[in-house]
Design a protein around this ligand. Structure first.
Ligand code: UD1
Length: 340
């Protein structure tokens, strides 16, 4: 049984990925400093899978202790690196924190992996690297140009991708898969793990479910004057469990298949763009709960529309995000009901 180290494994996408890895037969070691997650997530993972993953409360910036994890688990064959700060607005306020956390963690990780001859890394990147793609690049594929990042957070994703490419150039036995996520939403169907937003949510779905639960009075829709069919922004919302499964495919491919490129980049999206208003209507239909919302002005830094061309992941990884929207939205609501 191969062992995979998952940094940020108690976080939102990380925890769902740990579940899928365990269910696919991998052994998992989680490294997480619990800065934006809760230790109870481990229980949820155990309840779903029947297996308690090894957990190390370590900060990836702490080279000595991070290195010691690799000493304790000499059978690690690959790493999935989720651990990062991820709030766009906060990154504008605290750029140094974002550069320190997000760049320092990866630099430490690649260095330690090299020391320990661990040769496979999957990296969590984001569609933010494309910025607002030009019309001819929509839906956006992996060959579309990266645009100047609009936030320090986005910039760290671009620089992280570059760090991986540079290191792979220098270290020919390093294999990397860079996964560019579109907008992950929803929760595990068991409602035992899900997203745990810290304070007032920035992202759409947690705000929707908290409004439905009466925790927030009203959802604000940021703009209905965009150049889209209903005027609200368009995104590619992908079910977090589908997203998690793509990581297992990426790890399977790195461990078992020859003839891959040393660094591979995949978009992880559904290929379907949905507007904010379509999400609101979809939520109301899927759950039967009416949402209190109002249209307000645009949010600074928002991109008008972006959705994925996911053919490469479909064809090369043999993976497809195919969970129906109503099931996804229902899972988010069931998780919210469990929380509140
Ligand atoms: C944002 C980041 C992206 C990052 C992701 C991490 C930008 C431009 N993008 O994605 O880089 O990877 O978060 O989670 O900042 N909306 C509302 N009302 C709300 C909240 C959101 O109308 O209360 C709208 C937004 O205007 C947007 C859509 O919902 O059109 C999705 O927003 P959000 O969930 O924050 O994700 P992104 O902005 O796409």
């Amino acid at each position: 049984m191969s062992r995979i180290l998952v940094t940020g494994g108690t976080g939102y996408i990380g925890s769902h990925t740990v579940v899928e890895l365990i269910q696919a037969g991998y052994q998992v070691t989680i490294v997480d400093n619990l800065s934006n997650s809760n230790i109870d997530v481990l229980q949820g993972i155990e309840q779903i899978t029947g297996v308690k993953p090894d957990f190390e409360n370590v900060d990836c910036l702490d080279y000595k202790n991070f290195n010691a994890v690799f000493d304790r688990f000499p059978d690690i064959e690959g790493v999935i690196h989720f651990a990062a700060s991820k709030a766009v607005g906060e990154s504008v306020e605290k750029p140094l924190m974002y550069y320190r956390n997000n760049l320092g963690s990866l630099v430490n990780l690649l260095d330690i992996m090299n020391q320990h001859k661990v040769k496979n890394i999957v990296f969590s990147s984001s569609c933010t690297v494309y910025g607002q793609p030009d019309a001819e690049h929509l839906p956006v594929d992996e060959t579309a140009p990266r645009k100047t990042a609009l936030s320090p957070y986005g910039n760290t994703k671009q620089i992280n991708e570059d760090i991986i490419c540079d290191q792979a150039h220098a270290q020919k036995d390093l294999n990397a898969v860079i996964l560019r996520y579109f907008n992950p939403i929803g929760a595990h169907p068991s409602a035992l793990i899900g997203e745990l937003p810290n304070g007032v949510p920035n992202n759409l779905l947690p705000f929707v479910t908290q409004t439905a639960a009466g925790i927030r009075e009203k959802l604000r829709v940021f703009g209905n004057d965009y150049n889209t069919p209903d005027g609200s922004c368009i995104r590619d919302y992908i079910y977090v469990v589908d997203l998690a499964k793509a990581h297992v495919k990426a790890i399977d491919r790195m461990l078992n298949e020859n003839g891959r490129d040393q660094v591979e980049v995949f978009n992880l999206g559904t290929g379907r763009g949905l507007s904010v208003l379509e999400i609101i209507r979809g939520f109301e239909q899927a759950t039967g709960v009416k949402l209190n919302y109002e249209i307000v002005g645009r949010r600074e830094g928002d991109i008008e529309q972006v959705w994925a061309k996911a053919d490469k992941a479909n064809n090369v990884l043999g993976w497809k995000a195919d969970t129906p929207l109503d099931a996804i939205l229902l899972s988010a609501w069931q998780w919210q009901q469990r929380l509140s």
